[in-house]
Design a protein around this ligand. Sequence first.
Ligand SMILES: *Cc1c(COP(=O)(O)O)cnc(C)c1O
Length: 457
Amino acid sequence: MSEPLKVFLDEKEMPRQWYNLQADLPHPLPPPLGPDGKPVTPDMLARVFPMSIIEQEMSQQRWVDIPEPILEKLALWRPSPLCRARNLERALQTPARIYYKNEGVSPAGSHKPNTAIAQAYYNKMEGIERLTTETGAGQWGSALAFACRQFGLQCRVYMVRISFDQKPFRKFMMETWGAECVPSPSTNTEVGRKILAETPDSPGSLGIAISEAIEDCVQSENTRYSLGSVLNHVCMHQTIIGLEAKKQLEKIGVEPDILIGCAGGGSNFAGLTFPFLCDKIHGKDMRILAAEPAACPRMSRAPYVYDSGDVAMMTPLLPMYSLGHTFIPPPIHAGGLRYHGMAPLVSLAAREGLIEAHALPQLECYEAAVLWARTEGHIPAPETSHAIALAIREARRAQDEGKERVILLNWSGHGLMDLSGYHAYFSGKLTNYVMSDEEMAKSLKCIENLPKPPPLR
Ligand SMILES: *Cc1c(COP(=O)(O)O)cnc(C)c1O
């Protein structure tokens, strides 16, 4: 036990400011566009988001203060531990050192409450009484349900139908925190009713659920909408992960060579990596890797385009890597990674060549998850297993090259509510989905006539 296996921070050492990557990216983000093809104004967003969130979304300020009431709530589980996966290293016989930031210790079991708490707080401060949102695998819905309870807000969650059926326990968590959880597509909204009329057994998608949650929001009194990933302010709220990790690594005098996160909408990846990306932009040598499912390859295969965040095109057009907003993902178990788009900030960093994206097949990820559970103990979420599988690839490469590398991965959440996926894996029922070029071309048809982002200069 010469080197520490865990590094804790005192509550008083929690970061007091979030980091905003917009201040440091070599090129500015292309603006979000409205239906008329012109940049959206804050006023246009005011019906769905509180003003303080809209300001953060557009802010170029490098450091943004975290209000005291938010820090107080985050302290229910933060700072989260930074751990070394020594047992896994031994099992792999790798010379690499593998560290992970454990975001599974939050009440909802993932990184998502980091932004849910912040968003609930800002809505409360502006007198909002109710939030609507969508959820894929249920992690975001449960995180927002928890956060709304902390600040006394009502909460309705539209949950993608296939996950609603596969993962009822997430719904029970939301109900325990006092939120309402509805399977999407639903009969509550016009877009839901339309889809059900065409496809009564629709498995749903995040894009559909977003449309429903926004429609519910604009049709209801004193209600705002909340998004759990993708947007700039969400990525910023998550940077507390990377800022803590930096302090923890400094305590033990370790510098990472390789950073890894799984990427669904991009927020946990952004959270861990953006504070380090700042150093990379300013000349530090390190590799930053995003793990995507081979079934939904955005940064690893799709084009950089303007696309809508939802199927009914209710959101502004965002500049991002996208499979097209009508994309219906295959039923892989990593529900939180099945989105068609990618955070504009993460997308731009990828376009600038600052980060690498890798597509991983489902079975390799489950194999990695099981190895992790049998060595490190904690059972990872299927999303997290993508980061683990990529870390294992890199650890094996370090072994082949005889290099002593330091790998830091974001352990985005536990899989205790996702055990049916593990059961399906052990029963031999899971297969590898890899998106074909034909499927990709078909899926991209819907964006053909949308505006194109400017080339990088
Ligand atoms: C939601 C989720 C993800 C994917 O979402 P991002 O916005 O890409 O972070 C990854 N891991 C876990 C555990 C999640 O709950």
